[in-house]
Design a protein around this ligand. Sequence first.
Ligand SMILES: [Zn+2]
Ligand SMILES: [Zn+2]
Length: 267
Amino acid sequence: MTLSKHPETGCEFHIAFLGSGSRGNCIAVCSADEVILVDAGLSARETRRRMAEAGVDEANVCGILLTHEHSDHVAGVRVLAKCLDVPVLATAGTIEGSSHLAAVKVMERIRPDDDFTIGSLKIRAFRTSHDAVEPVGYAFEDARGVRFGLASDTGHVPAAALEVLQSCSMVGLESNHDVNMVRTGPYPAFLKNRILSATGHLSNDDAALVLERLIESGVRSVCAVHLSEQNNRPQIVRETLEACVHRLGADTRIIVASQHTTVTCSG
Ligand SMILES: [Zn+2]
Ligand SMILES: [Zn+2]
């Protein structure tokens, strides 16, 4: 086994956002001892290619956690779990809500708000607000107590989820759309309403409000995830979130994940 480290900081506990957006999501949470994948919305082949490119040794992967059953999060899971020979963990609602999971060999149920461990990582699933059966975000704590939290595909960030995220020094936070771009864009009304609803996706402005709260609790790095290609621009996300950092006189690092390339983050 080769243990990878963050390419710039040398940190063992680091996060590789392998792909993020409505065409497929997968995040590698890499600790000193293991790698856990969150979601498998890219093809297995593409996930393995991006892991190799990012220096994430697939031999260290010991499980795949799912946030919810939408296909941009699960489309590759059956083949990937088989190739890597690892279990898939998800809430009961996610398991029942997806046909992609019927053929997965080892499927384990997790419950929101319960802590569980995989290797040296302590993990907590927390409820998000999304139009899926039982969607969750996750927080991971490594052996030294460093924490990474992920909240994506959530129309708003519920109070209990915010509380978990505020205990993390690294956060992956959805910054899906610019509200004006959705309102004036080409999507049909039902889709606009879905995106903008409390069980849709988090806007850039709402992400900035959450970021304010994270800065208050001392977050070090925030990676904006799940950007809409139709209704957002990476530059708008960066400017919106960095303006918030500057306004509060903080030095939080803002990173913007991409659909097509891997972006890494460490505490
Ligand atoms: Zn999604
Ligand atoms: Zn979704």
